[in-house]
Structures are given as structure tokens and as C-alpha cells.
Write a protein that binds this ligand. Structure first.
Ligand code: SF4
Length: 132
């Protein structure tokens, strides 16, 4: 919602905090760059709401192809949250990645992913299958 009285511009947004299962309903307003947040029950919710207004980020979880592994795909995730606007490019980029077994949980699959400073890491171990 936008309110404009000719002097100040205000943006209001409602969203559910997704940090924990409580699911607090946040109301966030931005008036001339001043962000006000209400409806949170803890600091993490306040921080989540502020970040959603200024720099929304998500941890990406997906899979990459793996050669010689016990399964054809390896679950991976970004080590930290990356800008939400990069998610489509991130998924497309990882669709071209193939690694080779064995892999251990936490192994770096792609370092400094898309220049974000965060790595893509393996979410599980993957043994190599014996070649015959
Ligand atoms: S504001 Fe705090 S208590 Fe409420 S959903 Fe977010 S993290 Fe959970």
C-alpha cells in the first residue's frame, strides 16, 4: 500500500516472519527511508522484517549432478543467505555443475558463488560406487 499526502511517501507491507514456527504477522512501513516494524515477538523477527525491506536474502537449497556417486544428484545449499534477486540465476548456474564422488557433508562445491562471498556446500555425504 502507498500513501502520498504530497509531502511524504509511505510504503506499508504485511508479511509473516519465517524465522521460527510461531509465524508472527509483521507490519512494516517505510516513510522516507525510515523503516518501522511492528508485530514481532523477538529481535530476530525485527531483523528479518528490516532485511526484507532493505536486502531480502534466502539460503538456496537445491541439487547438483554427481558422477560416480550412489545417487545421481547431490543435495547442496548456500553456506549463508544470498540476495533473493539472485535465486533464479543461482539455480540456472548450479544446473550446469557436476561433481565427482566421494563427497563429504560441508565440502565446498562452488566457492564465492556468483561473487556473493558465500560458498555452495554439500548437504550430505555421497560415497563413490565401485566401478566394475
Ligand atoms: S518474530 Fe520471533 S517469535 Fe515471531 S516468528 Fe519471528 S522469530 Fe519467531
Amino acid at each position: 500500500m502507498r500513501e502520498n499526502d504530497g509531502k511524504a511517501q509511505m510504503t506499508k507491507r504485511r508479511m509473516t516472519c519465517i524465522i521460527c514456527p510461531t509465524g508472527c504477522q509483521l507490519e512494516i512501513s517505510n516513510a522516507d527511508g525510515k523503516v518501522k516494524i511492528s508485530g514481532f515477538q523477538c529481535r530476530r523477527g525485527e531483523e528479518y522484517g528490516r532485511n526484507e525491506m532493505t536486502d531480502p536474502r534466502r539460503v538456496l537449497t537445491t541439487t547438483v549432478r554427481i558422477k560416480g556417486g550412489s545417487l545421481p544428484l547431490l543435495p547442496v545449499r548456500t553456506a549463508t543467505a544470498i540476495p533473493k534477486g539472485l535465486l533464479s540465476k543461482a539455480v540456472a548456474t548450479l544446473a550446469d555443475v557436476e561433481v565427482e564422488a566421494p563427497i563429504n557433508t560441508g565440502d565446498v562445491i562452488v566457492s564465492d558463488f556468483l561473487g556473493t562471498g558465500t560458498d555452495v556446500i554439500a548437504s550430505r555425504d555421497m560415497e563413490a560406487i565401485a566401478q566394475q
